[in-house]
Design a protein around this ligand. Structure first.
Ligand SMILES: C[S@@+](CC[C@H](N)C(=O)[O-])C[C@H]1O[C@@H](n2cnc3c(N)ncnc32)[C@H](O)[C@@H]1O
Ligand code: SF4
Ligand code: SF4
Length: 340
């Protein structure tokens, strides 16, 4: 298949959206009990581009980031979550054996030049999360991040620190106001973890804190009562420009363009809208199988760099709100949809 010229490749890549573009991270959070740990706040999410990136792009399907869910459900419900996880209750699991097989199949076939994130939902809700992380470590030499909302961090401290010492970067993201009742518990949990881990690993190298609770997010789906809808703004370039998560997902035997598309079936199954005509056009999109011919994976990798007609589901003119708002009454337990 025709490949992008070096000039076009770098131009497209440098326009790629994502959280770094929106990174309003301020290490000195008002009221944060963690502000004394200034050195633990993450700066940039994406790694510097390797010098030989265009060569890598020509040799193998090449993507910037790969996201891998360990669990689809979440025990928080942050309004605007860019994985649509508020709609999926804890217990919304995926098939871990299948995920490990997918990891083993796809990673030798592609380059992931910035990092792989193991996340969710809340990854630590999956009792076999460590197995997924280990499968990534065995099949990937680059930077690996494990994300958590901190609720279950202390309980999982031993195995997490073991993997931090093997090079895994732990990204702890705090979504609750530290002055709220549940926020106070959450922040104490992080302090307990830090106290446990500080003599066992190099925290400044391996632990990254962020506190999006007082940042601004926007709704990825339109809410109408207890139902959700695509925006259909007919300005996909602008929707794409606003995108905070243009990261391909490994899920259900396929690589998908982004989390919103990968977990769409699970999300609208939770709201009882699998047959809703509003979502029908978006359900036509499927990912690319991990064992697809290599030309298909090259095509998929290029598709991750540019807007797609599916981006019409996301807002072109977002309405911003505080990220710490928690949705209520939207969660259901939903199993994994299989496509093979
Ligand atoms: C989808 S969450 C999953 C992992 C875990 N539950 C957590 O919150 O850290 C992964 C990362 O995406 C970030 N995130 C989620 N929705 C976002 C949004 N709309 N804008 C910016 N970052 C977002 C979270 O803050 C977190 O750092
Ligand atoms: S951002 Fe919030 S809702 Fe989304 S996965 Fe993380 S903790 Fe859960
Ligand atoms: S559909 Fe497009 S704009 Fe929306 S989250 Fe996915 S990649 Fe981003």
């Amino acid at each position: 298949m025709p490949r992008l010229s070096s000039e076009k490749f770098y131009e497209t890549l440098n326009n790629l959206s994502g959280t770094d573009k929106f990174n309003l991270q301020q290490p000195k959070k008002r009221n944060s009990p963690l502000k004394k740990y200034n050195g633990l706040y993450k700066k940039k999410s994406v790694s510097p581009q390797p010098d030989n990136l265009y060569q890598l792009y020509l040799e193998k399907p090449t993507i910037r980031v790969l996201n891998i869910h360990a669990h689809n459900g979440c025990n928080l419900a942050c309004k605007g979550c860019n994985h649509n996880s508020p709609f999926l209750a804890p217990g919304s699991s995926l098939n871990v054996d299948m995920m490990i097989e997918d990891i083993e199949t796809i990673l030798p076939r592609i380059n992931v030049w910035s990092h792989i994130s193991v996340l969710g939902g809340e990854a630590l809700l999956e009792p076999r999360c460590e197995e997924i992380l280990t499968a990534v470590e065995k099949n990937y030499n680059g930077r690996i991040k494990l994300y958590s909302n901190a609720t279950l961090l202390y309980e999982n401290r031993e195995w997490i620190v073991k993997h931090m010492n093997r090079g895994v970067k732990l990204y702890v993201t705090l979504h609750l106001n530290p002055l709220s009742k549940s926020g106070k518990i959450l922040y104490k949990n992080v302090e307990k973890f830090i106290k446990y881990a500080k003599d066992k690993t190099e925290l400044e190298d391996h632990l990254h804190l962020s506190e999006p609770w007082d940042e601004s997010w926007f709704d990825i789906v339109k809410h109408e009562g207890d139902k959700i809808y695509p925006y259909n703004d007919n300005n996909i370039d602008q929707s794409w420009n606003n995108c905070t998560c243009p990261n391909p997902q490994l899920y259900s035997g396929m690589i998908w363009k982004c989390p919103i598309i990968a977990y769409l079936r699970e999300t609208i199954s939770s709201t009882g809208q699998l047959d809703d005509p509003a979502w029908k056009p978006y359900l036509q999109y499927l990912g690319t199988p991990v064992d697809a011919p290599i030309e298909d994976l090259f095509e998929m990798a290029d598709q991750t760099l540019t807007p797609h007609k599916m981006c019409n589901m996301c807002p072109s003119n977002p309405k911003w709100h505080f990220a710490h708002i928690q949705l209520k009454g939207v969660k259901n337990k939903v199993g994994q949809f299989l496509h093979t």
